[in-house]
Design a protein around this ligand. Sequence first.
Ligand code: GAL
Length: 822
Amino acid sequence: MKNLIFTKIVFTGILMFVMTNAAVSKSFAAGLGEMKTRMRTSFNYGWKFIKHDIDEDQIKGAEKADFDDSGWRILELPHDWGIEGPFTEGPFTEEVESAEGCLPFPGVGWYRKTFEAPPQGKHVFIQFDGVMKNAQVWLNGRKVGKWPYGYSSFYFELTPHLNYEKSNVIAVRCDNQAESSRWYPGSGIYRNVWLTVVDPVHVAHWGTYVTTPEVSDSKAIVRIQTQVQNQTSESKEVALETTIVDAEGRKIAANETSGKIGANGSKKLDQMLSVRNPVRWDIDNPYLYTVITRVKAGGKITDEYRTSFGIRTFRFDADKGFFLNGRNMKIHGVNLHHGLGPLGTAVNRRAIERQLEIMKEMGCNAIRTAHNPPAPEQLELCDKMGFLVMDEAFDEWHKGKVANGYHNLFDEWAEKDLRAMIQRDKNHPSVILWSIGNEIPGLGSPKGAAIAKTLADICREEDPTRPVSIGNNARYKRVADAINVLYVVGWNYRSGTGEYDEKQRIQAGLKQLATETCALVSSRGVYLFPVKKGTNGCQNGQVSSYDLTNLGFGGLPDEEFRAQEECSFVAGEFVWSGFDYLGEPEPCQDVARSTYFGIVDLCGFAKDRFYLYQSQWTDEPMVHLLPHWNWPGREGEVTPVYCYTNCESAELFLNGRSLGKKLKQKGVYRLKWEAVTYEPGSIKVIAYDEAGKALCSKEIKTADKPAVIELTPDRAEINTGGRDLCFVTVKIVDKDGIFCPTADNRVNFKVEGPGQIAAVGNGNPISYESFRANQRKAFNGLCLLVIRSEQVPGKIKITATSEGLKSAFLTITTMKTKLSIF
Ligand code: GAL
């Protein structure tokens, strides 16, 4: 939560760097004039970029201040150079070719930015939320530092190398290789960059640690440990004034302490504050408090720092699973990779927020950040929107899964990366677990067990308040030594193997969680016949959406629902995976570039199983029906109809005739009418409660030929500033407005006014069309247009045309909103 003052500072900063974009700004000092103490500004604007190594051009020295970068492209961060394409098209003979998404992310890229120093006497830090990967950073030709892991946030102090008489140039070199990941990793400075300017006596980077050692209905004890840094050459008597404000900004607790900090030293100051009648942070009421920390030295305020936190309790229990604020509940989670579909990996707050909104609508309450530290924005949004988070560090330890994976860095960097993750993320109430890894090769060996202990000890040292876990796919017996040093064991795909087993729970006292479940694959809107479990596999690059096709290592959602119901001692599940992502295109790896594992497709359009989870994870009456009802040529053929509902029973009607009512029974999660013979017209389902009262219904009608384009924006008003997005669903319907479920018309877009096309997509895993275009073919009736705002407010007019179809028009308003942080 940001207050108005902070927002104003951020805004001033953003505007300032926009100006920097046009011409090197002389206004840094002017901007600072308004600032009393700390200023944290976006450092995303006005970068120059080139996508190759400098030596290749026989030009050396891109790190030097006077290097001629006049021919380089000007861009804004965050930037993922891989998503710009073009794709390498299949068919592929080697699995590795499509595993990373078929986009040109490997290689070297350089970024440079010119800026003015703040006034002398201030200390200046640069923070990169993530650079993919092998980042090396120079300021005015002098090496400032390096950070190889692409998912870690890291920072460097710039002060000693700053020029005060002339401009400064920061240069960043990234180097990513093929076979560095098991999914599309993206490349470049793909997360936000920040510049922080502080007085010499200030709160250290990630320097507050807020915990709640005691929580009851009447009172919470809030412990605030603050690392204060004195960057002067004399020791300082420092006062620390700490205030807690509630979500409405009311001051509810305060405390002042003091300490002496030696010259060029730092000290941790410890305070306990008490909050009366605390409002709990919960998934349904994600209530946030803020700690405002003021540092005073020499009679003046030298720093003001804000930390958002929540008051909540949780525990894992070997007998009863998971408790949040004393309430026993199941974790209904999904795994998410960091990619944002057609937008690539370049972080965008609104795109992450939309992902979480879609997951929330399904009833999802938890995210596992597979398999790496997430963008900070993801955690901020989880705090605000009420998601629990399993924050994960690594996909590899000392043994590799891919040739250029993290195992090459592990020995030198694992401790630094793990500490960086925890130090950055430890104040987020959403985070309930530290995960030290995923499916670690060699976990069962003595070395694996020793590493597990070392990593778990680091987690406990940094943050003793959260349990340590892992995503493990090996049998307990094989990895017991490693697992036993953890607090919660995370099982990947073990529900069918008897691993969630009473015996183990009792013998080993294991607290258990399913960290990866299901291996269901499907393409949105594709239905293949005959309908049978486990059959069909990949046909012409598509997988059936009857939700019965699973890969061997995992089961169907239904099997996991059953296991979770039977095993009340298991804390819940994280499904693999919430969204489709680029790469890992099993079982069509020879022709496809993105996965089929997602519950929703790459564009965020729900596949059928979205509603299967919704029927299990939500209470608001809902009913869903499949397949679509456009089957020319199948007249008279058996065409099974499935229904997903959270109601007691449902009745199916074909062209108004009842095909019978079916009752939901324990352990059965879909209602099936297997013997329906297809005839065009209408298929309709009505869902009832126990007393037979109709609660909801769904009808699918056979569509005539495609005739009209429909545009539906996710929001009609967005913020200016060039960061906010509008996601427009493009739908093909017939002359009566009925959805055409197999339409593949190419739609052309024209955008006028202060907006631009950020991306297009359609969710088809075998499409090699660019995501950066002003046209897109529909895939099974839908495609997506993503519009990005510009700096100025106004009306963005969108026109969608397609040969033979009635055009569509849409206007979106962009507005300057004071509270916007986009
Ligand atoms: C798991 C792995 C995930 C993903 C998934 C689907 O074994 O942990 O990262 O690869 O399989 O293939």
